[in-house]
Design a protein around this ligand. Structure first.
Ligand code: F0G
Length: 465
C-alpha cells in the first residue's frame, strides 16, 4: 500500500447514520444511580460513545447489506450456505465448516465433544466464554501467557504469545493423553488484544505435533492479528495479509470464530476442522442445539454477510485504519497521563486502572469506579476487567483482588470517526487531572456466578457526584 501521509483516514464514506445519545451530567448521575453503578444496566441510547465491546457492534458495508437481500432462506441446502462455506474454506483451508450463531456456541459444541473431567485445555489465554465452556464440560482451562504480557508498561511486539516452554512442562507433567486440545487465541483478547507472532504459532504447532495434541485457533480477530504480523514480524512486510492469515490457519488443525468481530457482522460464527470424527459428533450437537448443517442457528442472509465480511476485513486500507485507530487512542491517553496496556492491541485500548487510581484498594473496585467516572464525565461506556469481573470471593463472601484492574475501551468496527476518539481522549484527560476525586465503590448485592453483569454497587461511604 502506498500511503505517504501522516493522517490515516477512515477508508469509507458514510451512507447511513444513527444519532448519538446526548445527556447532561445531571441526567447521567441519575442514570448511574438507577443502574446501581453497573454499566450493563444502562440503556444504550443513554450512552454517547459506546466502547463496551467490539463484538457485533460494527457497521456493515453497502455490499453486505446487498448480500442480506439475496440471502437464501431455504432450510436445507441454501445457496447462501455454499457461498459461506466456499469463503471460509478458501480462507482457512479446513474441510468441515459448521455455521453457528456466535463464538460461544462453537465452544459449547466443541468442548461437549472433546472436553470432560480429568482433561486440560491449554492456551496462550482462554477468553471468558471459552474458559466457561471448557469448565462446563468438566475439563480445566490452563493459560500460558508470556511473561511480558503481564508487564503492561513495557511495549513488546507480540504480547499475545504463549509461553511454549511452560506449556511443554505442563504437557510432560499431565500427560498428552489428558490434553485433547491446545488453542491459540488470536489476538489475545483477555490480555489486551495483543497479537501472536507467526513464529510463536509455529512453535505451538511443533510442540503440539511432537505430543500429538491438535492445535486450534480461536480466530475472532484473525485479520487484526495477521496485519500485526505484517507490520511487526521479519519477513512479512511485503506479504499480502490474506496470505499471512492463510499461513496462520495452515499451522492449525481447526478453528472457531465469533464472526461478530473480524467478519464485520452483527451475529454469526463457525467451527471448522479437518477431523471427521469430531466434526460428525459436532454436527449431531449442532442439530440438537443450533440448527441444521446448512444454517446452524443463522439466517441465510447472515451467511451471505459473513462471506462478504471475511473478504472486506482483509482489505489493507481497512486494517491500516483499524490498527492505527487503536494506536491513536492509546497515544492520546499516554500523553495525558493515562496508563494503558502498552502498546495498544488491535481492537481497543485497555486502561490500567490500578496504576491510574492508586488510592483505591481492589475491594473498592478501581476499574469499575473508573468506568463509572468515565460515563459520568462524558457518557462514554467501557467495561471493567478486574475484581468485579473475575468475581472470586473468600469464605465470608468478600471479593478477592483480581490480578489486574483494567477498563477496556473496545472500538466497534467502522462506527466511530477520529473526532469521536479525540473526544474520548479529552474526557479521559480531564479525568486524569482530577483523578484523586474519583471515589471507590462497594457491592450492595452480587450473584455468585458472572457477578459483573448484574451486580448492584454504590459509592463507598455515601453518594458521590
Ligand atoms: N473468543 C474470543 C477471543 C472472544 O473475544 C469472544 C467474544 C468469544 C470467543 C465468544 O464469542 O461473543 O460470539 O459468543 N468476545 C466479546 C468481547 C464478547 O466483548 O470481547 P461470542
Amino acid at each position: 500500500m502506498d500511503w505517504k501521509w501522516k493522517t490515516i483516514i477512515e477508508p469509507f464514506k458514510i451512507k447511513s447514520v444513527e444519532p448519538l445519545g446526548f445527556t447532561t451530567r445531571e441526567e447521567r448521575l441519575k442514570i448511574l444511580n438507577a443502574a446501581h453503578y453497573n454499566l450493563f444496566n444502562i440503556r444504550a441510547e443513554k450512552v454517547l460513545i459506546d466502547l463496551l465491546t467490539d463484538s457485533g457492534t460494527g457497521a456493515m458495508s453497502a455490499a453486505q447489506w446487498g448480500g442480506i437481500m439475496i440471502g437464501d432462506e431455504s432450510y436445507a441446502g441454501a445457496r447462501s450456505y455454499y457461498t459461506f462455506e466456499r469463503e471460509v474454506k478458501g480462507l482457512t483451508g479446513f474441510a468441515e465448516i459448521i455455521p453457528v450463531h456466535q463464538g460461544r456456541a462453537a465452544e459449547k459444541i466443541l468442548f461437549g465433544v472433546i472436553g470432560g473431567r480429568g482433561k486440560y485445555i491449554i492456551s496462550n489465554s482462554h477468553f471468558d466464554t471459552t474458559r466457561a465452556n471448557v469448565e462446563f464440560s468438566g475439563a480445566q482451562a490452563v493459560d500460558f501467557p508470556v511473561k511480558e504480557a503481564l508487564d503492561f508498561d513495557k511495549p513488546a511486539p507480540f504480547k499475545g504469545n504463549a509461553d511454549i516452554t511452560a506449556m511443554e512442562k505442563f504437557i510432560n507433567e499431565k500427560g498428552a493423553k489428558n490434553i485433547p486440545l491446545c488453542v491459540m487465541t488470536v489476538t489475545n483478547n483477555s490480555l489486551g488484544g495483543q497479537p501472536v507472532s507467526m513464529e510463536n504459532l509455529k512453535a505451538a504447532q511443533n510442540l503440539c505435533r511432537k505430543h500429538g495434541i491438535p492445535l486450534f485457533l480461536d480466530c475472532a480477530r484473525f485479520a487484526e492479528n495477521a496485519y500485526f504480523i505484517k507490520l511487526r514480524e521479519k519477513g512479512y512486510a511485503q506479504c499480502p495479509v490474506r496470505e499471512i492469515a492463510q499461513e496462520m490457519f495452515e499451522l492449525a488443525d481447526g478453528a472457531w470464530m465469533s464472526s461478530k468481530k473480524d467478519a464485520l457482522v452483527n451475529i454469526g460464527g463457525f467451527l471448522a476442522m479437518n477431523n471427521r470424527d469430531w466434526s460428525a459428533k459436532a454436527r449431531q450437537m449442532l442439530i440438537l442445539t443450533e440448527g441444521f448443517n446448512t444454517y446452524g442457528g443463522l439466517a441465510g442472509r447472515d451467511l451471505e454477510a459473513i462471506a462478504i465480511g471475511l473478504r472486506e476485513v482483509l482489505d489493507e486500507n481497512y486494517l491500516q485504519y483499524r490498527i492505527r485507530s487503536a494506536q491513536y487512542l492509546g497515544e492520546g491517553l499516554l500523553k495525558r497521563g493515562v496508563p494503558i496496556i502498552n502498546p495498544p492491541g488491535g481492537h481497543g485500548v485497555y486502561v490500567n486502572a490500578r496504576k491510574f487510581l492508586p488510592h483505591l484498594k481492589p475491594q473498592r473496585f478501581p476499574a469499575q469506579s473508573l468506568a463509572c467516572a468515565l460515563y459520568l464525565e462524558g457518557g462514554i461506556r467501557g467495561v471493567e476487567i478486574g475484581t468485579l469481573m473475575f468475581g472470586r470471593r473468600d469464605a465470608k463472601n468478600n471479593f478477592l483482588a483480581a490480578p489486574m484492574e483494567l477498563v477496556r475501551l473496545a472500538m466497534p468496527r467502522r462506527v466511530y470517526t477520529q473526532s469521536h476518539i479525540d473526544y474520548v481522549i479529552e474526557v479521559l484527560g480531564a479525568l486524569a487531572k482530577k483523578k484523586k476525586t474519583i471515589k471507590g465503590l462497594e457491592v450492595v448485592e452480587a450473584p455468585k456466578v458472572l457477578a459483573h453483569f448484574t451486580a448492584k454497587l454504590k459509592p463507598a461511604g455515601g453518594r458521590s457526584a
